[in-house]
Design a protein around this ligand. Structure first.
Ligand code: C2E
Ligand code: MG
Ligand code: MG
Ligand code: MG
Length: 290
């Protein structure tokens, strides 16, 4: 009997393994074709000044509308794309789309010329020998000034290939492109050499912001990150602000910028265009009132 049960368990296990393998294979096949079939879209999440409420820029976030499975989260398919060696092409597409779009907005809304766009960079992309050429080409082709582009990298990238990362990041910096360290505080501590990297911004990970709630004083880590940023002359963006309480707390602690559902989730370009037209109009009205 025990033997039979064991056999049954194996059968179930096998079926599940089989199903997972098939699903993975389907995902890979569909991912491989997604770019040419135009299934990706770039969404934009506003980044806001916590002190003034001003929108200072956007984070570009990829979206995949899969024809069979509907919306698939980038948290799920980006790692697969990395493993498959597809992230270079996808990342290049996001970079070009985001730069082109920001340049369109800058021309459409001349009062908002200082907006920036932040593009996430996979550590695999940083290892591609032609990354800098790709970036240069996109900036030339779109006409976007380099200081309007920000690249978001993660801590693990700094640790995994220290020398190469340092070299490329310096070359990026030399072009006046800005650099943010994403999800800061969740990686292994690279504190000891953080000051050697030309980073402009530390992005405080959502998990720390989440812990800011009434009656629980979980501010120690955020305070430490803010102090560190201050000492290293970097600015800070808090990720995942969802409540007024979190916003007020962060303001009190001196965090400069934020993004999160309290302000806006990531929106498609059309909705951001609408938002920007409202902002531009209010600026024009404020000006003519004087
Ligand atoms: P990330 O770079 O840390 O992006 C922030 C994530 O937090 C986004 O998830 C955003 O939609 C979400 N978020 C923002 N505000 C809130 C909030 O108030 N509450 C909650 N619950 N979530 C919030 P998303 O768009 O699903 O992206 C997940 C991750 O996928 C990104 O994390 C990034 O690591 C990766 N990713 C997205 N787009 C790209 C891309 O174009 N290239 C690469 N390499 N990675 C990307
Ligand atoms: Mg990011
Ligand atoms: Mg992040
Ligand atoms: Mg995050």
């Amino acid at each position: 009997r025990a033997k039979e049960m064991g056999k049954g368990a194996y059968a179930v296990f096998d079926t599940r393994m089989h199903r997972q393998a098939v699903e993975r294979l389907q995902l890979e096949t569909q991912l491989r074709r997604a770019l040419e079939l135009n299934e990706f879209q770039v969404y934009y999440q506003p980044i806001v000044s916590i002190t003034t409420g001003e929108v200072i820029g956007f984070e570009a976030l990829i979206r995949w509308l899969n024809p069979y499975k509907g919306f698939i989260s980038p948290a799920l398919f980006i790692p697969v794309a990395e493993e498959m060696g597809l992230i270079g092409k996808i990342g290049q597409w996001v970079l070009a789309s985001a730069c082109e779009q920001l340049q369109v907005w800058r021309q459409q809304f001349p009062r908002l010329k200082n907006l920036t766009v932040s593009v996430n960079l996979s550590s695999k992309q940083l290892r591609e020998p032609d990354l800098l050429e790709q970036i240069d080409r996109v900036l030339t082709q779109t006409g976007l000034p380099s200081h309007c582009l920000k690249l978001e990298i993660t801590e693990s990238l700094l640790i995994d290939n220290y020398d190469q990362a340092l070299k490329i990041l310096r070359q990026i910096k030399a072009r006046n492109i800005q650099l943010s360290l994403d999800d800061f505080g969740t990686g292994y501590s690279s504190l000891s050499y953080l000051h050697r990297f030309p980073i402009n911004t530390l992005k405080i990970d959502r998990s720390f912001v989440k812990r800011l709630k009434p009656n629980s004083e979980n501010t120690a880590i955020i305070k430490a990150i803010l102090r560190l940023a201050n000492a290293l002359e970097m600015n800070t963006i808090a990720e995942g602000i969802e409540t007024v309480f979190q916003l007020e707390k962060l303001k009190g602690l001196g965090c400069e910028y934020g993004q999160g559902h309290l302000f806006s989730k990531a929106l498609d370009a059309q909705n951001i265009t609408h938002l920007l037209s409202i902002i531009q109009r209010s600026l024009t009205e404020a000006n003519s009132a004087h």
